[in-house]
Ligand binder design. Structure first.
Ligand code: GTP
Ligand code: MG
Length: 203
């Protein structure tokens, strides 16, 4: 009887905590996305876009979505700041890679930065969500076009998805997060991190 109660209690109250890295080159829209996530999923009002400045350190956001606790780590995308990204790789369950879909001149740069991320050993098996951001702008390319352009070879057996979003108005964001939670819950990497930290519900 006790174990039944305990099982129920665990089911209701212990939610896995997932660490999600938000990466991408500068001005892709990472912090705007983080603030939108806070507005969409918590009763905190995220910062409005006109108050967001380029990120130098780290912004952290915590939300609950699809019955899971998510901790987002949003890092600065300027060239000189990207060496900091690696420090967070080992503990990340998944990666959100944000691309300014309305700025084709930045695609090459974005592609090479992403390829470097995907080659890193510490991110092996981490699910990848690639966001074609700024869909509210008239010149934004579709996910199909972006995927064709990126032509990624490093994906191996990684779970990944392209999704069109606007961090401004929130289009596509909830769908993308639902997918992310679902794949993190069944990814081998989550299991590996859980074993490494010796946690049951908490990773
Ligand atoms: N129209 C439009 N503009 C956006 C969107 N997302 C971000 N922006 C704008 O793009 C610019 C850069 O946004 P940030 O969120 O600061 O970009 P970032 O990726 O965090 O940049 P770093 O912190 O320098 O790495 C800002 O002027 C934002 O208002 C979007 O979905 N639509
Ligand atoms: Mg930023």
């Amino acid at each position: 009887m006790f174990s039944l109660f305990y099982g129920l209690w665990k089911y209701l109250f212990s939610k896995t905590e997932f660490h999600v890295l938000i990466l991408g080159i500068d001005k892709a829209g990472k912090t705007t996305l983080l603030e939108k996530l806070k507005s969409l999923y918590s009763n905190l009002e995220g910062l409005p876009p006109d108050r967001i400045v380029p990120t130098v350190g780290l912004n952290i956001g915590r939300i609950e979505a699809s019955n899971a606790k998510l901790v987002f780590w949003d890092l600065g995308g300027q060239v000189g700041l990207r060496t900091i990204w690696e420090k967070y790789y080992e503990e990340a369950h998944a990666i959100i890679y944000v691309i300014d879909a309305a700025c084709p001149s930045s695609f090459e740069h974005s592609k090479s930065a992403l390829e470097k991320v995907l080659r890193h050993e510490d991110l092996r098996g981490a699910p990848l969500l690639i966001l074609a951001n700024k869909q509210d702008l008239p010149g934004a390319v579709s996910v199909e076009e972006l995927a064709r352009y990126l032509d990624l070879k490093e994906l191996d057996e990684r779970l990944y998805m392209f999704q069109a979003v606007s961090a401004y108005d929130g289009t596509g964001v909830k769908f993308a997060i639902e997918w992310l939670v679902e794949v993190m819950e069944r990814s081998k990497r989550t299991e590996v991190l859980r074993i490494r930290t010796g946690g049951a519900g908490h990773v």
